[in-house]
Each structure stands twice: as C-alpha cells, then as structure tokens.
Design a binder for this molecule. Structure first.
Ligand code: NCD
Length: 326
C-alpha cells in the first residue's frame, strides 16, 4: 500500500466503510488514502493500454435517476478499465417511471447480485435509503442537494496534483451554493484536509447556517477572490430553482461571473476549477475556462476517472477477499 502523506493503518482499517455516500463520515486519513490510491490510476490512464483487470467477473450497476454526462461516463470508464462488467440503467428506461418505489428498485438491483451499485438520484437521502436495503457497496454519484463525494475527491486530487498540497490553501467556491451538492461535499472535504474555504453567492443562493460548516461567507465576489489559491465556480442550477433566484443572467455575470478582469484581481498562480457542465458566459467566461496555464477543468475530468477507479477498487476489496480486507 502506498503512503505519501501519512502512515495508514494496514488493510481494511485504512478504509472501514462499505459504502461511499458522503464525505461527512470520512476521516482525513481515509480521504488521503483514496487520493493516494488514485495516483496509480492517473498513471494507467495516460498509457496507451489502460487495463487492469482486478475487477474481472464483478458486476457494477450504474443506476442514474438524473441526467448526467461526465459522471456516468467516468464511472463507466472506471469500471471497464478495471475489467468489471458494467451495466448502465437510466431512469427513463426504468420502472421508476411506472411508479415502482425506490425500495422496490433497490430490492431488484440487489436480486441481480451486483457487486457495486453507483447511484445518482434527484432526492437528497435516496442513495442512503438504497444502501440500507442492498448487500453490496453503494457509491453516491450525487443525491439531490446533499452530497457528491467522488466529485469532491476528484477536486481534491486535482488541487493536490496542481499545488502539491491542500493543507493551508485558500479556496473560494462561488455560485449557486444553495442547490449544490458539489459545494457541500467540497466544503467537507477541503476543510477536513486543512484548507480555508470561502463561499460566495448572492444572498438568495446562500444556504442559511452555512457558517456552521467552517467556511467564510461572502456576497461580494471582488472581495472573496482576493488572495485565494483556487477559484471554484459552480453552475446556476436552474432545474432546482422554483421562482426567481437571480435578477438576470447578465446581471449575475456582472456580479458573480469569473471574467478575465475579475481573475486579474488574483495572483498569476491562482487556479480555476468548475465541475461542469459550464454555462459559458454566465458563471464563467470562455476566455477564463480555456486558459491553458490556469484552468484545471479538463484535468478535473481526467482525475474523475482515476478517483472512481480508486473508489471501486477499494470498496470491492472485501468481496474480492483481498488480503487484509476480509
Ligand atoms: C454536478 C452535479 O451533477 O452535481 N456536475 C457533475 O457531477 N459534474 C454539478 C452540476 O450539475 O452543476
């Protein structure tokens, strides 16, 4: 087992959880363990031949009840690179549309003897509900406004690779914090690893009581961006908004968009991130998103596959009876 940052307990004690539903239950050394595990998969992904068949014979079901492009693709590629049989289930094809309850879906997936189930669902808590009913590891690929743990892990890996550390950095997360599971998981992950996290949003898009998550709250982006190491922009989640949350996209860009002028307020080594999908010209300008030396956006996608490989590998070690993990 590799260990670059801290000595880990051996085997299963390094990662005692069956599921990955949220960052909230992870200890800092458990997060670092997953990041370290991902390093080998970053390397594998850059080779012409990208196969490691340690999950051969295992079945992974990606059950996506909400639309997704990169997360679904990333989990699919991750499972396939590890040699598993990967099956994707889209909500549109499922019996959910015919009124099957979530519990019935869980029982059905369980009866198929999946070895890992990856779930994205529009309701916060739905993934835990399914995890409680099935016998295999469950990975949360985003549940409502709750958590998106693999996104936070891939973001942490991206930052650590670019900056060499996370501890002591200042990261500002700007945008629709209220509706964002990415923001929640990132706040938990980055603060747990010793970063200072600022959140910035118009008052209507800032959740009440967010200070309790050990973040500094800003409503003025020009102030929030000063002195930061990383700027993480979030999409306006229109599909989760009922009613008027922002005056107009134009006004929003003026106050909260990451433009070249605004980025110029930061130091030249301040890096830019966005989980995607981007609304170019609203929360982030194309000229900023495509900056070769400062934008980590495509790097995030690359790290996403590696992190998901690490999570699938680690969580199936008990099933595979890997030494020290029985
Ligand atoms: C995010 C999501 O679905 O939560 N996207 C992603 O996973 N890459 C963020 C978003 O939808 O804006």
């Amino acid at each position: 087992m590799t260990s670059r940052e801290s000595p880990y307990p051996p085997g299963s004690a390094a990662f005692p959880h069956r599921d990955l539903v949220g960052i909230d239950v992870l200890q800092p050394h458990e997060i670092l363990f997953l990041l370290d595990e991902a390093a080998q998969w970053v390397e594998l992904g850059r080779r012409p031949t990208k196969h490691d068949d340690r999950l051969a014979g295992l079945t992974i079901i990606n059950a996506f009840f909400e639309n997704s492009t990169r997360t679904l693709l990333s989990f699919e590629i991750a499972g396939k690179r590890l040699g598993a049989d990967v099956v994707n289930m889209h909500a549109a094809q499922s019996s959910i549309k015919k009124g099957e309850t979530l519990i019935d879906t869980a029982m059905t997936l369980n009866a198929m003897h999946a070895d890992a189930i990856v779930i994205r669902h529009g309701s916060s808590g739905a993934v835990q509900l399914i995890a409680d009913k099935v016998d295999c590891p469950v990975l949360n690929a985003g549940d409502g406004q709750h958590e998106h743990p693999t996104q936070a892990l891939l973001d942490a890996l991206t930052i650590r690779n670019a900056k060499g550390r996370i501890d002591g950095l200042t990261v500002v997360i700007c945008g629709d914090i209220l509706h964002s599971r990415v923001a929640r998981s990132n706040i938990l992950c980055l603060t747990s690893l010793g970063a200072r996290v600022r959140v910035c949003a118009p008052p209507a898009l800032m959740p009440a009581g967010i200070e309790e998550m050990k973040v500094e709250v800003f409503h003025d982006f020009n102030t929030a961006i000063e002195g930061v190491d990383v700027v993480m922009m979030l999409r306006l989640q229109m599909e989760r908004m009922e009613g008027e949350f922002i005056p107009s996209p134009r006004e929003y860009r003026h106050l909260y968009g990451l433009t070249e002028e605004r980025l110029a307020r930061t130091s030249p080594d301040t890096l830019v991130m966005h989980p995607g999908p981007m609304n170019r010209g609203i929360e982030i300008d194309s000229t900023v998103a495509d900056l070769v030396d400062r934008s980590l956006i495509t790097r995030q996608v690359e790290m996403g596959v590696a992190i998901r490989m690490a999570c699938l590998d680690v969580l199936t070690r008990r099933t595979r009876k890997v030494e020290g993990w029985q």
